[in-house]
Design a binder for this molecule. Structure first.
Ligand code: PAF
Length: 269
């Protein structure tokens, strides 16, 4: 490829489209860290469960391409399902990362991460990037991709970009559009709980299990159905057994038909 002959580094931003400001912050980072930026837009069927929103997932390709063009992206790659999975979905070669996928979103969305690593590996093979940019919003996803890259020995640097939030703290997500007015006003409770528990974790006066249980209870009281609220080591999601280190607070909750996830990082020294 001409770019490679010139010695240009290539960054890829894998997305499922319906781009919002959170995606655009990944794109801006990619444009900063490499000479060439490729954005992929592909609503990947293999990462959706049977009862999930693959068919109704918002598809806004033309708008997305205009936004990416205005931002200065060099290439937008929008494959169709047949070219990504030429042997069909059932016979597709799969990339499975057992480590890091057993808990949290992996437990609540069986097969989801297999679909993510399967498609990300294909996108890496097709784009051959030097750098790949992911959002911190999907904290477990970026850890799983980091692990896959390390385990397989791919020469790709993974860059993780902080979550972009609405003014009330709700993490930006394409699925926020599914929330009705009442649900939307409740949704910010997730970030508020994360911050509250994060502050108490920093102070170190309350047991981790108590912080987790209290946050779950308060989320329920606010009208959400929490799937998990957990405090783990940021590096590998293992339980916190030390008094100092880098931690991640992870939350997933259902609000009506919508599943929301969020997380924050906290360091304790
Ligand atoms: O985070 C997403 O949007 C998707 O999981 C990804 C990484 C584009 C793979 O389909």
């Amino acid at each position: 490829m001409e770019w490679r002959l010139r010695g240009d580094r290539v960054a890829v931003v894998p997305t499922m489209g319906n781009l919002h400001d959170g995606h655009m912050s990944l794109v801006r980072r990619a444009l900063q860290v490499a000479e060439r930026t490729v954005v992929t837009i592909f609503v990947n069927p293999t990462q959706f469960g049977e009862d999930e929103d693959f068919d109704t997932y918002p598809r806004t390709l033309q708008q997305d391409c205009e936004r990416l063009g205005d931002a200065g992206v060099h290439l937008v790659f929008t494959p169709d399902v047949e070219s990504m999975y030429p042997f069909g979905l059932a016979d597709a070669t799969r990339v499975i990362v057992p480590r890091l996928t057993r808990h949290f979103c992996g437990a609540n969305r069986p097969g989801h991460f297999d679909g993510v690593t399967t498609v990300v590996m294909r996108l890496f093979a097709l784009v051959q990037p030097d750098i790949a940019v992911f959002g911190q919003k999907d904290y477990q996803q970026q850890l799983v991709v980091r692990h896959m890259v390390q385990d397989i020995g791919l020469p790709i640097e993974i860059v993780t970009v902080p979550t972009v939030r609405e003014p009330d703290g709700l993490a930006m997500s394409s699925r926020n559009a599914y929330l009705n007015e009442k649900e939307r006003s409740v949704a910010a409770a997730i970030y508020a709980e994360l911050q509250d528990a994060g502050e108490q974790l920093r102070q170190g006066n309350v047991a981790i299990s108590t912080l987790e249980a209290d946050a779950n209870l308060r989320l329920r009281r606010a009208g959400l159905e929490p799937e998990y609220f957990a405090i783990r080591r940021a590096s590998d999601l293992s339980p916190v057994i030390d008094n100092a280190g880098d931690y991640v607070l992870l939350a997933a909750a259902r609000l009506g038909a919508v599943r929301l996830i969020d997380n924050i990082l906290v360091s304790r020294r």
